[in-house]
Structure formats: C-alpha cells, structure tokens
Write a protein that binds this ligand. Sequence first.
Ligand code: ATP
Ligand code: MG
Length: 212
Amino acid sequence: MTQGRFLVVEGPEGAGKSTLIRGLAERYREAGATPLLVREPGGTPVAERLRELLLDPAHPIDSVSELFLFLAARAELVARVIRPALAQGVTVLADRFQLSTEAYQCGGRGLERGLFLAANRAATGGLEPDLTLVLDLPPELGFDRIRRAGQGFDRIERAGPEFHDRVAAVFRNATGPGITHLDATLPQEQLLRAAWDLVLARGLAAHPARRG
Ligand SMILES: Nc1ncnc2c1ncn2[C@@H]1O[C@H](COP(=O)(O)OP(=O)(O)OP(=O)(O)O)[C@@H](O)[C@H]1O
Ligand SMILES: [Mg+2]
C-alpha cells in the first residue's frame, strides 16, 4: 500500500493553525479521503498527560526538561499514531511538529540547535513531513486573537513578549525541504484556499488510500 502523506501546520500562538487544520481536513473529506488529525503535544494517553504537565502554569520547568518532555510526547505520537497511520496510507494532518521545538526550545529558551537536531531525530526516527505550512503572524496579533476568543493563557503563552518575539523569528525565517510560508493575516477562507492550492500543486491531495 502507498504510504500516506504527512502535512504539518506550524506558527506562533493564535496564528490560526487549528482553524486551518480543520479547514484542510474538510477539503480532504470533500476529495474523498479521511485524514487523521493530531495535535502536539498530545494524541496518545501518555502524550496527553505530558501536555497537561507542559502547559500547566503551576509548575515551572527547566528548559532541558521541557525539551525532553516535548520530545517524549512526540516519540509516543510518532511511534503509536503517525507511523502506523502513514503505513496504512492515511493522510496525517499535524497541528505543530518539529519546527515548533526549534522555535520554542532553541529560539525561545536558547537551547543549542545541535541538541535539538539530535534529540528530535531520536524522537521522530527521522520522519519528515511532506509539507510544512508555516503561518506567519506577528505574535502580538496572535495574542489579540486568543484574547478576543476569550481563551486563558497557558504556561508557555505566559512566557513574555521577548520570548515570543524570538519564537516568531524562528518561524518567520524557517526554510528547508517542504517548508512553505503563508500570510496568516489573510481572512480564514483566503488562507484555506491558498493552503489547499499548495496541497494540490504539490500533488498531496490526490491519493488513492481511504479510511473508514
Ligand atoms: N485567518 C484568520 N483571521 C482572523 N482570525 C482567525 C484566523 N484564523 C483563525 N482565527 C481566529 O483566531 C483565533 C485563534 O485561532 P486558532 O485557535 O486556529 O489558532 P492556533 O494557531 O491554533 O492557536 P494556538 O497556538 O493557541 O493553538 C480563533 O479565535 C480563530 O477563530
Ligand atoms: Mg491551536
């Protein structure tokens, strides 16, 4: 069976990642596929427990511990959910993946890129997305959106404007195989159209495998 496609949406807080993932999933369903949606950290019982720990404002976490907790959640998700789905030919849409670790742990916390690369590779076993859509949005606009939506701020969202400026800079400057940037100031419908056009142009929509 053909391997499924692995698409990732990345970007700073409130950029519209989850909204775009839901829209893309709808487009896939209209095209006759049943994609699997995952979010990081999370997606397995252990990874969801790690998510609670990581986002809880009650506990400060050392930067290196934080890196390994995120990567432990990723290792679980990749091994137990993403790889098995891809092996069955299922398209996987992920709300955050390794670029978030580079942005938050290297850009935000200042950890060495070499440490990230080696440890992340251990967590993913070298799995690379077929496409990474990066939503470019100045962090203050993302926080305005979160505030307007009436959502509370988690431990990482509370890290302060300088931290989030460093995170956003890594996202904004990200380049590499399969990494494409989208202007997240666009209205939702236009952003979804631009993203889906990219998926079509890369041949990542037409896929024979179905599910369910
Ligand atoms: N293109 C857009 N233009 C304006 N507002 C948007 C757009 N996309 C999403 N929003 C709104 O912004 C808020 C944040 O969107 P969403 O939750 O999708 O972002 P996110 O990147 O997943 O955030 P988080 O980092 O907190 O998970 C929501 O209220 C959503 O309705
Ligand atoms: Mg989200």
